[in-house]
Design a protein around this ligand. Structure first.
Ligand SMILES: CC(C)(COP(=O)(O)OP(=O)(O)OC[C@H]1O[C@@H](n2cnc3c(N)ncnc32)[C@H](O)[C@@H]1OP(=O)(O)O)[C@@H](O)C(=O)NCCC(=O)NCCS
Length: 246
């Protein structure tokens, strides 16, 4: 069999203290799905991630038969920012700025309680504490260079929310994490930050911006739809566990 059908995800494995693998190829056949389970057995893998195309009914059904857990419906949305112009006034945007070192504590707090719709929280094999820690680390890494920009909204000297921006291949941008402090939700901060991100991308010769969210995260989908995004892909995140939580 093809030895490189799966690979160990070193970062995830170390973080969760479980041996985690994923497929190397984005497209799979039902036969390869079965071969991957053998590979995981031979390599003492605890968990295998599988991101399936939602239109690939045959592979999705095979994954169910082979004991994979449906962890998330992954929604990708995108919009053009060619000739984008922010709908907000300079006055509205006065509360927005780039993240600073001193924001990290507040950003970690928001991140630690915001991303509960993600596939990690949906999988009880990962403890909620670890899931929360994952997003705290993620926003901190984003501020330290993993993202190309982290924009924040400030209210009364407190960080109310954030959005991270990534420059991908030529002329393509991606919104990474977006989160608003629970006490500030529903007041327009999310909309303001997403538009600020679009403005930031448009100023960097980016023509298209994408963002990924979860099928269960209706609030985020509505936010991005109101900001002019359209769905471009729907995929299914499956997790296959070979061992139980220790
Ligand atoms: C999704 C999320 C970022 C939205 O942020 P938000 O600041 O609450 O969003 P907004 O206030 O701009 O818009 C949310 C709603 O408030 C409404 N709203 C906006 N400004 C408003 C105002 N001044 N008064 C009343 N309602 C307002 C919007 O119309 C929208 O309504 P809808 O949900 O019925 O469509 C936030 O809920 C969040 O942090 N969720 C957890 C993390 C997450 O899911 N992140 C995104 C995926 S990575």
């Amino acid at each position: 069999m093809n030895e490189s059908i799966c690979r160990i995800l070193e970062w995830d494995s170390e973080f969760f203290d479980r041996k985690i693998a994923s497929f190397t190829s984005p497209r799979l056949t039902v036969l390869e799905l079965g071969e991957a389970l053998d590979w995981c057995g031979q390599n003492a893998v605890d968990c295998l991630y599988y991101l399936a195309d939602s239109g690939d009914i045959e592979c999705c059904n095979a994954a169910e038969r082979k004991g994979f857990l449906l962890a998330d419906i992954r929604i990708t949305l995108e919009r053009s920012v060619t000739s984008y112009k922010s709908p907000f006034s300079v006055e509205d945007r006065r509360i927005l700025r780039h993240a600073r070192e001193g924001d990290l504590g507040g950003l970690r707090l928001i991140a630690g309680e915001s991303h509960t719709d993600s596939r990690f929280y949906a999988d009880s094999q990962f403890s909620r504490e670890k899931c929360s820690a994952l997003y705290k680390v993620w926003i901190e890494k984003s501020c330290r260079g993993y993202a190309d920009a982290v924009l924040v909204a400030e209210s009364a000297g407190k960080v109310a929310g954030y959005v991270s921006c990534h420059l991908k291949e030529a002329s393509v941008g991606q919104i990474g994490l977006a989160g608003i402090d629970k006490g500030f939700r529903g007041r327009g901060y999310g909309t303001l930050l997403v538009h600020e991100a679009l403005d930031w991308f448009a100023g960097r010769s980016i023509s298209k911006v994408s963002v990924v969210t979860q099928g269960r995260n209706i609030k985020a989908q509505r936010l991005y739809e109101q900001c002019g995004f359209f769905t471009s892909a729907v995929q299914i995140w499956f997790h296959r566990w070979f061992t139980q939580k220790h």
